[in-house]
Write a protein that binds this ligand. Structure first.
Ligand code: ATP
Ligand code: MG
Length: 254
């Protein structure tokens, strides 16, 4: 396929990186990122159309924009879940396109925690078992796992719900389990796609407050997509997207 061929050509081109001005303080940098989906012959969708962003270590940034504006696509590129059509993503100074499969898996597992709108918990596993999964995959010891799950369940306020199945938890509690799961490998980046989308306003605000506290306490870099302007405004900086582009940046003074 044309797309695959293009990527193969891009990867070894070292001079490509020379043109990028890397910022040593950046945790996430993207350069002229594009993503084109070919849905049917001759019809292309430009989901991302030249996105360049710079997110500093420890910064809390929200991404807002109408449905279809490219928010999830942007997160997927930054989280190394998908490849851009052109442009580059640097995580902590490393070009994701230059990583091999093992390095990418390591990056996703250890450096990035993902939080999704629909929690994505495994229904047949208890809250504890859900939260420990990334640590099990990362090969952490049983003692480490127990220590961290307990620590983060305490932090997100669900210590008494460890043995509950997801179906026995409220939406807000399920999202707390998902946040504990995202945090347990102590990633440097948290990527959240509509983390409060399924919650009522009060619970949504509580989850947001929690994310902000974690961001300040653990100095994690947080990139969060939201539809809700009140939620978006709780970040330090809001990026507004439309038609695959960042059209405005708002500093909130938070
Ligand atoms: N796998 C795919 N194949 C084809 N088109 C896609 C694919 N994923 C996304 N798109 C298209 O790319 C555009 C951006 O989609 P994206 O999911 O990033 O939007 P979004 O801003 O997250 O929207 P929402 O707020 O509804 O979640 C949309 O037009 C969408 O239809
Ligand atoms: Mg989306």
């Amino acid at each position: 396929m044309r797309k695959t061929k293009k990527r193969k050509e891009m990867v070894p081109v070292i001079q490509e990186t020379k043109d990028y001005e890397l910022d040593p303080r950046a945790m996430i940098q993207t350069f002229d990122l594009t993503k084109i989906y070919n849905i049917t012959e001759g019809i292309e969708i430009k989901a991302l159309n030249g996105v360049s962003i710079n997110i500093k270590k420890g910064e809390f940034v929200s991404v807002m924009g109408p449905s279809g504006s490219g928010k999830t696509t942007l997160l997927n590129m930054i989280g190394a879940l998908d490849n851009p059509t052109s442009g580059a993503v640097y995580i902590n100074g490393t070009n994701v396109a230059h990583m091999d499969d093992n390095q990418r898996t390591d990056l996703r597992l250890k450096e990035i925690g993902f939080i999704f709108q629909f929690y994505n918990l495994v229904p047949v596993l208890s809250a504890y078992e859900n939260a420990e999964l990334p640590m099990v995959f990362a090969g952490r010891t049983k003692q480490e796992i127990e220590k961290n799950v307990n620590k983060f369940f305490d932090l997100v306020g669900i210590s008494d719900k460890k043995d509950h199945l997801p179906s026995e938890l409220s939406g807000g509690e399920q999202q707390r389990v998902a946040i504990a799961r995202a945090l347990c490998n102590e990633p440097s980046i948290l990527i959240a796609d509509e983390p409060t989308g399924e919650l009522d306003t009060k619970m949504g605000m509580e989850i947001m407050k929690l994310l902000r506290e974690l961001n300040l306490e653990l100095n994690q870099t947080i990139l969060m997509v939201t539809h809700d302007p009140m939620v978006g405004a709780l970040a330090e900086r809001m990026l507004k997207m439309r038609d695959g582009k960042i059209i405005e940046t708002v500093i909130t003074n938070n």
